[in-house]
Design a binder for this molecule. Structure first.
Ligand SMILES: Cc1ncc(COP(=O)(O)O)c(C=O)c1O
Length: 425
């Protein structure tokens, strides 16, 4: 894992907002030129998050065996994940369109494919690319063996028994028999165990994974541990937010040795939240004085629930900052109020985030709300729900300059495919 990126960590400037990588002047540029709502990403922070994992692998002595692949569906802006090209981090894809975009237009060339269940047509698309494709049923694997005899065979296992796409534990013997009958070997298997697992949980899973390798697929030259590494949205300090990769890799190495896993076997990982989560913040404008309904104070923003839907349905508490018109933090005063952060839509539930947040008593129009840790499953979940257009995306590059990477949605976006006249088919 040769790390070719130049050193990017900078000493915090006086302009830096507390416990963040964000600088007031950048946010002001964004608000003045692009407007709000806007997702603001940090290239330097993304690189730092990759390095944290790579350094842990190096310290545990398994750096030559560790490969990282970032899933594209949690953040699908090619400009955001561009630094991965030089960091030798691959991309996990699920749709042919993603491949066409990244390979043909943005020069990415290291992929794995993990699409859930797929049609035969999709298998026919992916197999000739030569990129490892993780199939989720015996039927899909039979089709691959029959129609693409030279393709590598990789499977996705359903560890949770949750009905997620994946071969069930009870089918492992059948899969083994299918491979043996066709005189084929398994190249890699993937096991995703759900998101937000603690160090203890992930170490526990290791035993299970190596047992599967030893019992069913000892020939597999790689094991894909997928994602699921806990990332804490509630913590303020950066180091406390992230998964404990150092200890995890040490334990992984020990347990692999105990199970007699050969040194040639590679370990693949697909973390999303831990890599992307704290690389972005969402900047919103406040549009009114606080609305003080009895027992329910609200701050009206130009955001929407549809910009971060997963926060709502997972009841996730993101850290939030209130900023003045110069993008300086407004400290909570003695008359601070607890407010819900309201979006601009008509829905009863159009809150950008669940629950209440402590706002300075002076907060009002011309001020801003900054929602932290929105680099994963936020911009990609936007769906122009109830006609609300998507937010702009801006990336701060390693030189500290702000660059627009997605234009703000236009007010007429929702209707961009509507024809001016009915057209008989
Ligand atoms: C197959 C697969 N890999 C990786 C991930 C990323 O998981 P996390 O964000 O928990 O690291 C997911 C999450 O949905 C997934 O389904």
């Amino acid at each position: 894992m040769n790390d070719k990126m130049a050193e990017v960590s900078k000493a915090p400037s006086a302009d830096r907002l507390s416990n963040t990588w964000l600088e007031s002047h950048n946010l002001k540029t964004v608000a003045d030129t692009v407007g709000t709502p806007a997702f603001v990403y940090s290239e330097a922070h993304l690189i730092k998050n990759v390095r944290r994992i790579k350094h842990a692998a190096l310290a545990a002595g398994i750096d030559k065996r560790v490969e990282l692949f970032v899933p594209f569906f949690p953040n699908s802006n090619p400009h955001v994940i561009k630094p991965f090209q030089q960091l030798n981090v691959g991309v996990l894809l699920q749709l042919p369109a993603e491949y066409k975009l990244l390979k043909k237009q943005h020069g990415f060339d290291k992929f794995i494919i993990s699409p859930g269940h797929v049609s035969n047509a999709d298998i026919d698309f992916w197999a000739p690319t030569g990129d490892p494709m993780f199939l989720s049923s015996l039927d899909e694997i039979s089709y691959l063996i029959k129609n693409h005899p030279k393709a590598s065979i990789n499977v996705r296992l359903d560890s949770l028994g949750s009905g997620k796409p994946g071969i069930k534990y009870s089918q492992l013997s059948e899969l083994r028999a299918l491979l043996d009958k066709s005189n084929r070997k398994l190249d890699c298997f993937e096991l995703y165990c759900g998101s937000g697992n603690s160090l203890g949980g992930m170490v526990g899973i290791l035993e299970q994974v190596f047992m599967i390798h030893k019992t069913y697929f000892p020939e597999a030259s790689a094991i894909n541990f997928a994602g699921g590494y806990a990332f804490s949205y509630e913590e303020l300090e950066e180091e406390k937010k992230h998964f404990e990769w150092d200890e995890y890799f040490v334990r992984l190495r020990e347990i692999a040795k105990n199970y007699g896993v050969g040194e040639h076997v590679k370990f693949w990982f697909e973390p999303a939240r831990d890599l992307l989560g704290d690389c972005a913040a969402l900047l919103l404008s406040i549009k009114r004085e606080p609305i003080k309904n009895p027992g329910n104070y609200q701050v009206l923003t130009n955001g929407s629930r549809v910009l971060i839907p997963s926060a709502q349905y997972k009841e996730r508490h993101h850290n939030v900052k209130f900023l003045d018109k110069n993008m300086k933090e407004i400290p909570a005063d003695k008359d601070a109020i607890d407010v819900a952060i309201r979006g601009r839509g008509i829905l009863r539930h159009d809150y950008v985030l669940p629950g209440e947040y402590t706002a300075p008593s002076t907060v009002g129009p011309e001020d801003f709300v900054l929602v932290m840790d929105v680099g994963c499953y936020c911009a990609t979940q936007h769906m122009e729900f109830l006609n609300i257009p998507p937010a702009a995306e801006v990336i701060i590059d390693t030189a500290g300059e702000a660059n627009l990477i997605t234009s703000p949605g236009g007010e007429m976006d929702k209707w961009r495919h509507v024809l001016p006249e009915k057209k008989p088919l």
